[in-house]
Design a binder for this molecule. Structure first.
Ligand SMILES: [Zn+2]
Length: 69
């Protein structure tokens, strides 16, 4: 799973209230998000979870394809 890719996607978001960009720092198995307000942070956290879920599903699919060979 590529957390750096997800972090970059998160940094493309912008707060609809303050027009600020967040800072997303990839850690070993999560992403540190710092941004202007709690509301935006919640939105980013939700986005992060769904992006991570997508990545995990992709990894699983790749693993299964490997078994078929
Ligand atoms: Zn904000």
């Amino acid at each position: 799973m590529d957390l750096r890719k997800i972090a970059r996607n998160l940094e493309r978001e912008r707060c609809s209230k303050h027009n600020e960009k967040p800072k997303a720092t990839p850690k070993r198995d999560s992403i540190d998000i710092s941004c202007c307000c709690e509301e935006f942070r919640t939105k980013l956290t939700n986005k992060m979870s769904s992006e991570i879920k997508k990545e995990v599903e992709n990894d699983l699919k790749k693993a299964f394809k490997g078994f078929g060979k």
